[in-house]
Design a protein around this ligand. Structure first.
Ligand code: ZN
Length: 585
């Protein structure tokens, strides 16, 4: 209890400093704009209740947006109206915090219209229809007693049939890959209701009548999901041949536009791609140097291969043999979290809130399919909710695949993964974002800032001496950094330049030293997402460049902890927006 009070005080002190600064320059336009931002967010949540639930606004638990034409027309009109009202403000008359919020809201509306009018994923991505997030959010939430949550879920389940009916009529010319994903994920959602919901129902103290009513609604919801899956699997999938199948590759024009809306970087996609090619060459050079130095230690009395990639590959192969056993993967991760916390406190790298626990768990079935490890965090309206570190288990892997996977996540890389996903990466960033004085920046999280921060912390931790500055750790870090660099090269290559699966495997396995399992997973991911894979490299380079610019500007006044805390205090805004705030102070 005592620690709780102390940490709240520290947090309040930190953020009231920021508030004071903002209030000092609060003019009439800012007062008006602050009120406007509140109206913007509230009207948006009313229109997008599923987003509201995800953000922790549980009065929307029973509300739906059924994704039909009528709904899209309403959404379109709302974006237009909001853009018009945003243009009644002169951004230059607002203080820096509000000016950047204005930029973020304007970009959000433009992006929303572009998705509806141009990208039109609702027509070609059957996997965008899935009710799992809301069901799981309500079912596992800690914001209300189980009986209340189950009651609301019972009401909510009545909308499932209409939702999947709309989904079915939206789909025109889907991609083969997204259809397969929709089948797999919705099967997981049906299981979630069949198992977890029914199980919770048994443990509740609702009346037998209400239990029976919710049970029936759950059964019919499962039927609607099963029908959707059967339609995709039996009717749609066999027709996805020749002209009837849309390519998962976006093409240059759509790709540049999506990059512009999703990443909001200072560069074009093409420029970032060219930067990534240069970075790859640099990393190869550094890795070759370290491999050469380490050679006599790990391969005494032998001559190293003359070829650069072969020499690096041999050294990485040797170091990758140091890994945990398949059944202790989850436990190893659980044990490392406190070690990272201790290092950060000892080095005074940033404030960590001891009150926000991180729970490591195996990835729930309805989320399986894309990434190996991820963070599920409560939204800014649900600050008391749990944060989970989801880790995929290796139970369904063949012994050979499991060995491959574990060599990829060897003892060195596993530590870097935990820095990235947990501390001080994603988990820490989310804790700060939820306390940001700007709700706009918390809600409209910029993916490149979020991923860029996690990638930046890997390098920062090593620079501060995590891993004892050993050449082995640096070599493996470079390999990991090569991965995000190649994510950009792969994504642009596949979606814009038509890179084949064989060329992609060559890039990932030969040039980026990845295991087959990892590379195959990455290929699957690049066929299902577009642009997202570039966010890591884009955010990383922008944050690193900002830090170096601030070091130059502040000289001996520069403090790393202060840089981290201030950077994170602005919430998940695009790095170029934070850059403007931090450099022009
Ligand atoms: Zn990440």
């Amino acid at each position: 209890m005592r620690t709780a009070v102390i940490s709240i005080l520290v947090a309040v002190t930190l953020f009231s400093c920021l508030r004071k600064e903002k209030n000092a320059t609060l003019g009439a336009a800012d007062v008006r704009f602050d009120a406007y931002k509140g109206r913007f967010i509230e009207s948006m949540l009313a229109l997008r209740p599923e987003m509201a639930i995800g953000l922790g606004r549980h009065e929307y638990d029973t509300a739906w947006s059924i994704p039909d034409d009528g709904y899209r027309t309403k959404l379109h009109a709302w974006y237009k109206a909001m853009l018009d009202s945003l243009h009644t403000y002169d951004p230059n008359a607002l203080n820096p915090g509000n000016r950047t919020d204005w930029q973020i809201l304007t970009a959000e509306c433009q992006s929303g219209l572009w998705y509806l009018d141009t990208l039109r994923t609702f027509e070609w991505n059957p996997a965008q229809y899935n009710i799992a997030d809301e069901v799981a959010g309500i079912l596992t939430g800690t914001y209300a007693p189980l009986d209340i949550r189950l009651h609301r879920l019972g009401v909510r389940l009545q909308g499932v049939a209409a939702y999947y009916a709309a989904a079915r009529s939206n789909i025109i010319k889907p991609t083969f890959e997204h259809t397969l994903l929709a089948i797999a994920q919705n099967k997981g959602t049906a299981d979630l209701i069949r198992n977890d919901l029914i199980d919770s129902l048994k443990h509740s103290s609702l009346s037998p009548e209400e239990k029976e009513q919710i049970f029936k609604r759950a059964e019919s919801a499962v039927t609607s999901i099963d029908d959707y899956v059967t339609y995709l699997e039996k009717e749609l999938l066999p027709t996805l041949k020749g002209d009837q199948v849309r390519s998962f590759r976006l093409g240059e024009s759509l790709y540049e536009q999506k990059f512009h809306h999703d990443i909001q970087a200072g560069l074009t996609a093409k420029q970032l791609y060219e930067k990534a090619l240069l970075r790859k060459a640099y990393l190869h050079q550094e890795m070759f140097r370290i491999s050469t130095d380490l050679w006599p230690t790990y391969f005494p009395g032998t001559t190293p291969p003359a070829d650069t990639l072969s020499r690096i590959s041999a050294m990485i192969g040797k170091l990758s043999l140091k890994h945990v056993r398949p059944d202790s993967f989850l436990v190893a991760i659980q044990q490392q979290i406190p070690q990272l916390e201790t290092f950060i406190r000892e080095k005074d790298l940033l404030y960590l809130d001891p009150d926000k626990p991180l729970l490591v768990r195996r990835t729930p079935a309805y989320m399986e399919g894309v990434a190996g490890a991820s963070i599920s965090a409560p939204g800014p309206f649900d600050k008391q909710g749990n944060t989970y570190y989801n880790v995929s288990t290796l139970e369904n892997y063949s012994p050979e695949d499991a060995e491959n996977y574990l060599q990829e996540y060897n003892n060195y890389i596993l530590q870097i993964l935990n820095i990235h996903e947990a501390i001080p990466g994603h988990y820490t960033q989310i804790v700060y974002a939820n306390q940001s004085p700007s709700l706009v920046k918390s809600i409209f999280g910029n993916g490149a800032m979020i991923e860029g921060w996690a990638v930046y912390t890997e390098r920062m931790m090593l620079e501060e001496g995590y891993g004892g500055n050993s050449p082995e750790m640096w070599l493996m870090y470079y390999k990991w950094n090569l991965r995000v660099t190649c994510n950009t090269i792969l994504d642009y290559g596949v979606h814009v330049q038509g890179m084949t699966e064989a060329d992609a495997m060559d890039l990932l396995v030969k040039q980026a030293f990845q295991k087959e399992t990892e590379a195959r997973g990455k290929w699957k991911r690049v066929t299902l997402s577009q642009v997202q894979l570039t966010s890591y490299f884009s955010g990383f380079t922008e944050i690193y460049d900002l830090r170096e610019a601030l070091k130059l500007k502040k000289g001996s006044e520069f403090r790393l902890r202060q840089f981290h805390e201030e950077f994170l205090s602005y919430g998940s805004a695009p790095v170029k927006v934070i850059r403007e705030l931090m450099l022009n102070k």
